[in-house]
Design a protein around this ligand. Sequence first.
Ligand code: AMP
Length: 217
Amino acid sequence: MSGTALTLALSKGRIFDETLPLLKAAGIEVLEDPEKSRKLILATNRPEVRVVLVRASDVPTYVQYGGADLGITGKDILLEHGSQGLYLPLDLRIAKCRVSVAVRADFDYASAVRQGSRLRVATKYVAIAREFFAAKGVHVDLIKLYGSMELAPLTGLADAIVDLVSTGNTLKANHLVEVERIMDISSHLVVNQAALKLKQAALRPIIDAFAAAVKQD
Ligand code: AMP
């Protein structure tokens, strides 16, 4: 049986690497190494299953519009993008990190918040930051950045940043300190809602194999 064609959207790096064992549990092996090839479409040992490599922030868009039937992306990305048109069956508990507020070591964040000053916050995660500070009743001016958030407090662009933190090494290297932990992040499986109905027979065994392989801790 050749089966229904399935396209899986992944981003290179940590998500790709940590997805490989889950794919293996579903009997799927990617035949090329994305770090060694410039190809954007990777074949697997299953002729009907292919992997497309997209930016992490584009995974929900590919899956939402059917450019991919399923994908794997961080909760941070999903919260920023919204999950319209997406079915989210599973927290895969991979690529774990957290979203935190960080400031320069010499910035008195607690006093600024207590005194009700208006904070300038630079971030790629505008939706997450807006909701977090609104819930705390802290007035913020949000400055949207696309990368290297750590530079913002060092150059005077912002008082604080909202960014992903894993080991904390990047903050430390830039003399920044984590002052609040907003939420824990991990990557989730996302499935196109139409594909879920039309390709149910092909998708269900993959979702079930992923569910069984998810690490419990
Ligand atoms: P670390 O130095 O280990 O705290 O990692 C922080 C840097 O890695 C920041 O620039 C983050 O944007 C990035 N980062 C950490 N974890 C993730 C993740 N799960 N997905 C994407 N980027 C991440």
